[in-house]
Structures are given as structure tokens and as C-alpha cells.
Ligand binder design. Sequence first.
Ligand code: GRF
Length: 205
Amino acid sequence: MIRIGVLASGGGTNLQAIIDACERGDIDGSVVIVISDKADAYSLVRARKRGIEAVSIPPEGTGREEHEKLVDATLQKARVDLVVLAGYMRILTPWFINRYLGRMMNIHPALLPSFGGKGMYGEHVHRAVIEYGCKLSGCTVHFVVPEVDGGPIIIQESVPVLEEDTPDSLASRIHPLEHKLYPKAIALFASGKLKIEGRRVRIID
Ligand code: GRF
């Protein structure tokens, strides 16, 4: 049974899918803490509704490193085995990332390594995919390394990009896919089935 800490800045639909999957027993683990950099994030409400500790750590008034130290101390106190980034809108420093190497995941709403990196988040991703003329997009769950969106890929799934797609319509087709894919990746981690070999993640049967 692993202890999961989730960092989320926004609405937290992925967080919800992960909590639900833990409660159903699809993941051999439980979300023990949710941390947000936004005091009014709905993800904190979702956590509290399920009796999960929810902490807001706003960055205002602290330096970047000081803020991360607070987040780190909170995760340590909760004794987390895995850190899950679920719409966390801050770029983490190598110091923080290196502390959780191989045990921190992120989900990106496109097929990496395309349409990732700095500035590629939310609507920007879907707009870039459509403008490029891609016929496929999707989502990617990956381990987090200091290079933004550059970590070893755990799982990906694709959806077609339709002629009439807008960034919104494409996002609304990808979002439900994320809700299936993220719990799946976490379940694999929780059951010890992920082995990182350089850039590749082997899924052990
Ligand atoms: C998702 O689209 C995810 O891919 C990205 O941030 C968004 C978070 O959405 N990293 P939600 O808050 O889980 O609904």
C-alpha cells in the first residue's frame, strides 16, 4: 500500500480520478495529502470531502526555494512514497525534482515529446497541436526529471484530432482519457511493475 502525495493548482479532476481509483481498490495505495499553491483551488475541496489532508502553500512572500522547502517538508511529514503532479502550475527546481527522482509523475495533455516544455500547458498545447495540423493527439504520463516534460514515458494514449476541433473540444476529448490513464500508471507503480531503464520505462508483467 503506497502513500501518495498530490500537488494540484486547479480543479483537480485528475486528482478526483486518482482518489476514486484508490477507493475502488484499483490502486494499491491511498492519497494521504494534497498540496496546492492556490488557497482557493477546488482540488483542496475535493480532498477534504474525502477526509484527505489538504494544505495550501501559497508562494507569495517566499522565495522559490523556500516555497519548495515547505512543500518538501509537508510531503516528508506525510511520509509519501510517490508524488503525483496533477495540474500543478509551477516549474519545479532541479533540487526538488532530484529529491523525488523515480517517484514523481506528471501527466501532459499531448503525445510527448511533441508539444511539451516551457509554456506548453492547458489551451496552449491543444491550440499548437491543431495549428500544426496533427491528426492525432493524446496524453502522456511520465516520470519527472529536471528537463520540463522530458522524463521517461510510462504510458500514452491517443485520440484523433478532428477537422472541426477547437482547443476546447480537443481538451474535452483528452481529459476523460487522462482520468483513465493516470490511475493506471499509478497502479502500475504501486504494484512495483515499473522499471526505469535509462530513457525507457519497462512495464513488468
Ligand atoms: C490536465 O489537463 C493535465 O494534463 C495538466 O493539467 C490539467 C489538470 O486538470 N497537467 P485537472 O485539474 O486535473 O482537471
